[in-house]
Design a protein around this ligand. Structure first.
Ligand SMILES: O=C(O)CCC(=O)C(=O)O
Ligand SMILES: [Fe+2]
Length: 264
């Protein structure tokens, strides 16, 4: 596993709001991650309904998403709580420590629709420009099968009150709130299997449709800066964690939101 990033990579991330890293995983690790994803998703669907409950058909046509596989799969837990990944994320975000807010599997099936433009952290239970996601490609993510796209630099001027809507049929709903971004050229982030994209929680991003007959698999980790405080939006927090939080409280539940780095 790649464990060091260059100063140039850190600068690129801070300037643009995302960073593509090739070969985060070596070939053997990639196979282990793929097997863990298959096992973790099978286990998830043996417990949960196959369909994303409460979601419209449109969202189901965008991807199959499974949140918090680490809670039911020991194999996934080992991967997504790896302090080496937390250390890379913390270095890019410029924070002392990170907690795992949640993991999620994102599988774009053949003919899946595009992922609408959105801003992740605006939906999260804490607001921070240092929130960071690590999105690991378990298949080559290409222009054909739905790689991600970014509006570079938008992580510095996006607002916490505008999320974009993953559920509507228009891909560009987010831009109704940011008409000035219509002039920005999106950058496609193709990445080979085993590579990854670090994504600032406040950058505008999207993904294309899958125009191939193979799934596009990814496993992502949302890392919350240690010390982040609750904004009153429960989002994907476990209900029992949210029930004990008041707006302004630090979110520091070691059982449900483990400190990944430092992990002493
Ligand atoms: O995998 C995708 O298509 C998009 C994922 C995404 O936007 C996210 O995980 O926040
Ligand atoms: Fe996203």
């Amino acid at each position: 596993m790649l464990t060091l990033l260059s100063q140039r990579q850190v600068e690129f991330y801070r300037e643009n709001g995302y960073l593509v890293v090739e070969a985060l995983l070596d070939g053997e690790e990639l196979e282990k991650w793929r097997a863990a994803l298959a096992e973790g998703m099978a286990r998830h669907f043996s417990i949960n309904a196959r369909h994303n409950q409460g979601r419209s058909d449109h969202y189901e046509d965008v991807f199959v998403q499974c949140v918090n596989l680490w809670k039911t799969s020991e194999a996934i837990k080992q991967l997504v709580t790896d302090p080496r990944l937390g250390r890379l994320a913390a270095a890019l975000a410029g924070v002392d420590g990170v907690r795992l807010y949640h993991d999620h599997a994102l599988v774009k099936e053949p003919w899946a629709h595009p992922t609408n433009w959105h801003v992740d952290n605006a939906m999260d239970p804490y607001h921070s420009r240092q929130s960071i996601m690590l999105w690991v490609a378990l298949d080559d993510a290409t222009l054909q099968n739905g790689c991600m796209y970014f509006l570079p630099g938008t992580h510095r001027c996006s607002r916490f009150d505008v999320t974009g809507n993953l559920n509507e049929t228009r891909i560009d709903g987010l831009l109704a709130d940011y008409p000035e971004w219509r002039a920005l050229e999106p950058v496609a982030a193709e990445v080979q299997a085993g590579g990854a994209v670090f994504i600032n929680g406040m950058i505008a991003h999207a993904a294309g449709p899958n125009m191939t007959v193979h799934p596009r698999r990814a496993l992502a980790m949302l890392f919350m800066p240690a010390g982040a405080v609750y904004n009153g939006r429960p989002a994907a927090l476990p209900a029992k964690v949210a029930a004990h939080l008041c707006v302004g409280d630090e979110i520091a539940d070691d059982e449900h939101l483990p400190l990944i780095y430092p992990n002493s």
